[in-house]
Design a protein around this ligand. Structure first.
Ligand code: TPP
Length: 629
């Protein structure tokens, strides 16, 4: 490979302005090499970032960041932006503890205007900035970059609605690559690809010409004027299309890897007095064949070999997501009422096999978590058995739908909360640590978490029979390697499990169980006897078991991988208060309310002192302070 020589000279976007087109093109190549080499080591959002190299270069060439404000929707495609805005050294530590976040971060740079990580927020925020600019009589450009996948999110439409209404000066760059993580879904996606196919453009141009020709004398001069305008924005106006009807000028489709076309379009947009959308057609994974051929796999890739495109570590142990997907498949084979729903995460939630085997019982609704929940409500009312698989962090979006549309009506919908707990390299926006808290107080809902992948299967099987809203949380990554039972076992609502006997008590929830057992076993060797209860349910708690044990215990410990305020440990504390059991020393292990950075889960657990060693030391100190032997 030819060496990278221009990129190191780019300390800020200012340095781009002096480059020739040829140099910019060379820079694009160097950026691709840098992204590829880095992400192959660190893992990250490869395909999305390779797709926006030219688009980002053109934005920083035309606009004047940080005076002009660029907002990245989701933000997973911001690597070129980071490389151009003074963070090349830090880029080597992308997504590593203490290194560079894989998303925009106001704490990192003044060029990162708005922190993102969840989809479809950029348009609203951009409008807010544009309105503030007008009120304060300032003069800068606001640019929102949004993908076609993120345009499937309802909040993006709420923003478009108001953008068209207020008609503030605002530039929307639609990064169209036909992909969300999987291929983009829905009617708007079809519509955008129809625009890209060029048919409406050609037809409308012809229609416009013939209308104008039919008006004597005025016609041809108007056509000439229209041509000038066309030249300005690369022959791309579409009167009457969806965005135009909303009051947003539409320009496109633009070749999203052609720097001259992009620069010309952005220059034209800069001078437009109102909201304007530039439809750029890009290719995910551009420049790296394995990612071009399989953009889904390289959307967010673990470290891989550049030579083969294969992950550096192959592991056959199934992930929790796979166990979930396979279990739902197995159950669906016997029960045709089961319907699976995902919000743009078919692969991530382990539902790809279900999708191909039961195409008419599988729905990818797009990045539309709120809609997914209400859609499931309708299915449940009609007697079907929906399971909604959404990552813990993204289900936060649908809090009101879970309350209003599911829990109040006590509808039998199963929620599979994937990536619950500490979620490593994606950082603060992706930690799945709030679900216990945001669900526990809602009426009717049952909350479960398995101690291992085998128990997950039994929980899914049981949840479909409860005839109530149920949320099952489980962590990201591989299971712990236990044997999988062939037969499903029914777990009664609220039934905990005593895993180890002892005088005092550890009550653990979900993935904290292996740690709880290790802690108890190691403490046993030091003469401290603690029983271990696998709570299985955060709601309802197993009152009989917990109360009976708590009455005898001198020390009660709870463990959860979630936020403590209002979490699982709080539920146990409330139960003890209710039963007037005040005497045991009570200690909750979990996450204090905070913003949690990126890092490997083991690292984060160590910082939080949630690793076995730290917990053992703390528990020993409790016994010592209380003088208990
Ligand atoms: C609310 C929410 N749901 C799901 C996701 C997971 N997610 C991250 S990127 C992405 C696809 C985004 O597609 P698009 O905006 O078209 O960007 P592309 O990667 O195709 O460039 C999804 C579904 C998310 N970030 N936020």
């Amino acid at each position: 490979m030819t060496p990278v020589r221009i990129l190191p000279t780019i300390k800020s976007p200012e340095n781009l302005k002096k480059l020739s087109l040829k140099e910019l093109e060379e820079l694009a190549r160097e950026i691709r090499i840098t992204i590829l080499e880095t992400v192959s080591r660190t893992g990250g959002h490869l395909a999305s970032n390779l797709g926006v190299v030219e688009l980002t270069l053109a934005l920083h060439y035309v606009f004047d960041s940080p005076r002009d404000k660029i907002i990245w929707d989701v933000g997973h495609q911001c690597y070129t932006h980071k490389l151009l805005t003074g963070r090349q050294l830090e880029f080597t530590r992308l997504r590593q503890a203490g290194g560079l976040l894989g998303y925009p971060s106001r704490e990192e740079s003044e060029h990162d205007v708005y922190n993102t990580g969840h989809a479809s927020t950029a348009l609203s925020a951009a409008l807010g900035l544009a309105v503030a600019r007008e009120r304060k009589k300032e003069n800068f450009n606001v640019v929102a970059v949004v993908g076609d996948g993120s345009l499937t999110g309802g909040v993006a439409y709420e923003a478009l609605n108001q953008i068209g209404h207020l008609r503030q000066r605002l530039i929307i760059v639609l990064n169209y690559n036909e992909m969300s993580i999987s291929p983009s879904v829905g009617a708007l996606s079809h519509y955008l690809s129809y625009l890209v196919s060029g048919q409406p453009f050609l037809r409308m141009k012809e229609q416009a010409k013939s209308i104008l020709r039919s008006i004597p004398k005025v016609g041809w001069p108007l056509i000439k004027a229209a041509r000038a305008l066309e030249e300005l924005v690369k022959k791309t106006f579409f009167p009457g299309i969806f965005f135009e009807e909303l009051g947003i000028r539409y320009v496109g489709p633009i070749h999203g890897h052609s720097l001259p076309s992009l620069i010309e379009a952005f220059e034209a947009a800069k001078n437009y007095e109102g909201p304007i959308l530039i439809h750029c057609v890009t290719q995910k994974g551009r420049g790296f064949k394995p990612a071009q051929l399989n953009p889904e796999k390289f959307h967010s890739a673990p470290p891989f070999s550049i030579k083969t495109g294969k992950p550096l570590k192959e592991d056959n142990q199934p992930t929790y997501s796979q166990v979930f997907g396979d279990t739902v498949m197995e159950l669906a084979q016997k029960d045709e009422k089961i319907i699976a729903i995902t919000a743009a995460m078919t692969d991530g939630t382990g539902l790809h096999r279900f999708a191909s085997d039961f195409p008419d019982r599988f729905f990818d609704v797009g990045i539309a978590e709120q809609h997914a929940v209400n859609f499931a409500a309708g299915l449940a009312i009609a007697g079907l058995k929906p399971v909604v698989a959404i990552y813990s962090t993204f289900l936060q979006r649908a809090y009101d739908q879970i309350f209003h549309d599911i829990c109040l009506m006590n509808l039998p919908v199963v929620f599979a909360l994937d990536r619950a707990g500490i979620v490593a390299e994606d950082g603060p926006t992706h930690q799945g640590i709030n679900d216990i808290v945001y669900l526990r107080h809602l009426p009717n809902i049952i909350l479960m978490a398995p101690k291992d992948e085998n128990e997950l299967r039994h929980m899914i099987y049981s949840a479909f029979q409860y005839q109530k809203p149920v949320a099952i949380r489980f962590p990201k990554g591989r299971g712990i390697g236990v044997a999988i039972d062939k037969e499903f076992k029914f777990i009664a609502i609220g039934q905990a499990e005593l895993l180890k006997d002892g005088q005092d008590l550890i009550i653990a929830y979900g993935n904290m169980l292996p740690t709880a057992l290790e802690v108890s076993q190691r403490l046993e060797k030091e003469g401290l006897s603690l029983a271990v209860v696998n709570a299985r349910f955060a709601r309802p708690l197993d009152e009989n078991l917990i109360v009976e044990r708590a009455r005898k215990a001198r020390v009660i410990i709870t463990m959860e991988e979630g936020v403590l305020a209002g979490g699982f440990g709080s539920a146990v504390r409330e139960l003890l208060d209710q039963k007037e059991i005040y005497h045991p020393i009570f200690k909750r292990f979990g996450l204090p309310t905070d913003i949690y950075p990126m890092g490997r889960p083991e690292e984060i657990r160590q910082w939080l002192e949630l690793d076995p060693h730290s917990m053992i030391e703390k528990i020993k100190a409790i016994y010592q302070r209380a003088g208990i032997k």
